[in-house]
Design a binder for this molecule. Structure first.
Ligand code: M6R
Length: 611
């Protein structure tokens, strides 16, 4: 939700800001802006435009129209105030002296705004962020750091801030609380950004700011402070992935690139963790006595990560015979969950920054649970606050619709379940070996599915005009349907719902009529006959049925369904890892045929750092 970037150095800043914003556009894309200090004018020059970043970039001739070597930029996902030029960031104080870019929400902005208005301050936008700029200016008496410190005592909520002051143009200030912010160390220049992708072209040496920290960036260096404004030393981390990983590499969309990258991502995620026929989880901080003492497991996540958790419930319960509860993070944080120091809470998040998930993590920690997180973004907030982290190693995921993160999260959860089961003695040797062998085959089997993508493209061409779709399935196929349905609706805007097949007769079946598209998931062999019955049930009410089945059941399924997407056979526990790939491709091609903006679906953002 909103991307921010800042630079102070010797180069012209505007092209650097625009380049960084282009890489952060996945975080929000309803408007964008930059503020640059102009030496010539001895003032801040602010340029903002509603719409995609391209509008701003064209306006500024790619940055050539703006002169200056220090500045801040922002790409917005609107919360307070509709998308418009005036509500775009940077927000500037009445005097034009202070410019602020912000990711997050200032919860007490209304009260602060009234206070400032009573002092004669005039506001121009509807944003909560303008309050921060105005308040800094109100307290400013020649010492920017001091003024910012006073403001931080008064604002409540979540914020990553980049601050630039016309009276102190040789510094930038960065502040972080509950919204991600990193600092980048260059030569004769320094950066702040919402994430590494924005600045990796210029530096790989970064510092992950912690909540309550503040930093002053100059051309010569960066000084960090803790929440008491005491200077602190921070450890510099080196980013080791290449910039190509965050670029489209010849593909039309990031989503398609990321779907195609899945076999490689799965290899990176799985192969180092299976050695000599055993699961090997690196730096694993949970000892075996703790595993044995676990009373239950809670899986907490949002969106697709939650759907991974849904599959995880079936798989972990089957493997470990422990009670596994899955909860949406946004519900968990307010539901008074039954959690104690014998509860393991598994937090799943691609970004590692989702605010609801982070809040759920903190609540679980407060209640005494151990926190194990499955995260993709290295060094992210959730990773840093967890007791144990298992990274998915999927590489940067840019498309708003997650694909390779989902697959790798699932792989990590399966490995974890196998390891627990081994410790608990709840899995037979033969089954354990067979799942591990099959896990090693998953990347190759995914390649087989991807090689058949033209068939799925053809099927998409048959169904892309439907305006309502139901995904049905049982057990892991139900959990998989939740993801297939979300994928389709979030990028194609087709109304779509997922149901446990057994629930159809309890209401949903009344919605099935001539031409309703039903995507029937029938990969789980133990319940294949039941899946077939449900296909017959909806067919007889007029539905068009597009099915998903394994190779060994495809022919049988094809006798009733109108069309079948096929996946290679694998161990039952791993079916969703393969089954999700055709569903991702189907959603992608449908959205493509409907002319949708696939990587940037309306109203969405990749990283949801607001409640
Ligand atoms: O980064 P996270 O995994 O915590 O994100 C959770 C959801 O916001 C995310 O999965 C979202 O549902 C995606 N748009 C799904 O494609």
């Amino acid at each position: 939700m909103c991307g921010i970037v800042g630079y102070i150095g010797k180069e012209q800043v505007a092209p650097i800001l625009l380049d960084g914003l282009a890489r952060l556009e996945y975080r929000g894309y309803d408007s964008a802006g930059v503020a640059v200090y102009s030496q010539k004018k001895q003032a801040l020059c602010v340029h903002k435009a509603k719409g995609r970043l391209q509008v701003l970039s064209d306006m500024l001739r790619g940055g050539a129209a703006v002169d200056g070597t220090v500045g801040i930029g922002h790409t917005r996902w609107a919360t307070h105030g509709a998308p418009s030029d005036v509500n775009s960031h940077p927000q500037v104080s009445q005097s034009g002296r202070i410019a602020v870019v912000h990711n997050g929400i200032i919860e007490n902005y209304a009260e602060l705004k009234s206070f400032l208005m009573s002092k004669g301050v005039e506001f121009t936008s509807q944003t909560d962020t303008e309050v921060v700029a105005q308040l800094i200016d109100y307290f400013y008496q020649g010492d920017l750091l001091e003024a910012v410190g006073r403001v931080l005592h008064r604002i409540q909520g979540a914020y990553a801030l980049g601050i630039l002051c016309a009276d102190a143009p040789d510094q930038l200030i960065a502040v972080r609380k509950d919204s991600p912010l990193i600092l980048g160390y260059g030569e004769g220049c320094n950066f702040l950004a919402s994430d590494v992708t924005a600045i990796i072209k210029y530096t790989r040496d970064v510092v992950y700011m912690e909540d309550g920290e503040l930093a002053v960036l100059t051309r010569e260096g960066i000084q960090c402070y803790n929440h008491l404004m005491q200077p602190i030393e921070k450890e510099i981390s080196h980013v080791d992935w290449e910039i190509d990983a965050a670029e489209k590499g010849g593909y039309e969309h990031f989503m398609f690139k990321e779907i195609m990258e899945q076999p490689e991502a799965m290899r990176r995620c799985i192969f180092p963790r299976i050695r000599d026929g055993e699961v090997y989880l690196e730096d694993f901080g949970l000892d075996e006595s703790y595993i044995r003492s676990m009373s239950k497991i809670y899986i907490v996540a949002c969106g697709s990560s939650y759907h991974v958790g849904m599959v995880g419930k079936y798989n972990l319960e089957r493997l470990t015979r422990k009670n596994v509860e899955v909860s949406l993070a946004s519900e968990f944080r307010y539901m008074d969950p039954i959690v104690d120091d014998h509860t393991l809470v598994i937090v799943i998040s691609q970004s590692g920054e989702t605010l609801d998930t982070m809040a759920a993590l903190r609540e679980a920690k407060r209640l005494g649970a151990r926190i194990l997180s499955i995260v993709n973004v290295v060094g992210s907030s959730i990773a840093r606050e967890s007791d144990v982290v298992l990274y998915t190693w999927a590489g940067p995921e840019i498309a708003v619709a997650t694909t390779k993160a989902y697959s790798t999260q699932m792989a990590v959860l399966d490995l974890l379940g196998l390891w627990f089961a081994r410790v608990l003695g709840t899995v037979e040797e033969k089954e354990y070996r067979s799942v591990l062998e099959e896990m090693l085959l998953l990347p190759g089997k995914m390649e087989t599915i991807l090689a058949n993508k033209d068939n799925i493209q053809y099927l998409a061409s048959q169904y892309f005009n439907h305006d309502s779709v139901f995904f049905i399935g049982r057990n892991v196929d139900y959990a998989l349907g939740l993801e297939g349905s979300l994928k389709l609706k979030e990028i194609s805007y087709i109304h779509s719902e997922a149901y446990a097949s057994g629930e159809l007769k309890h209401g949903t079946i009344s919605l099935i009529e001539d031409g309703t598209l039903v995507v029937a998931l029938g990969t789980y062999s133990k319940l294949f006959e039941k899946a077939m019955s449900n296909v017959v049930e909806v067919k007889s009410r007029g539905a068009d049925v597009l099915a998903l089945a394994t190779e060994s059941h495809a022919e049988e399924m094809g006798k009733t369904a109108d069309a079948v997407m096929t996946i290679p056979d694998t161990h039952d526990l791993l079916l969703p890892s393969l089954g999700v790939v055709p569903l991702q491709l189907f959603a992608y091609y449908v959205a493509l045929m409907r002319g949708c903006d696939i990587d940037k679906p309306r109203n969405l953002a990749k990283s949801v750092t607001v409640e």
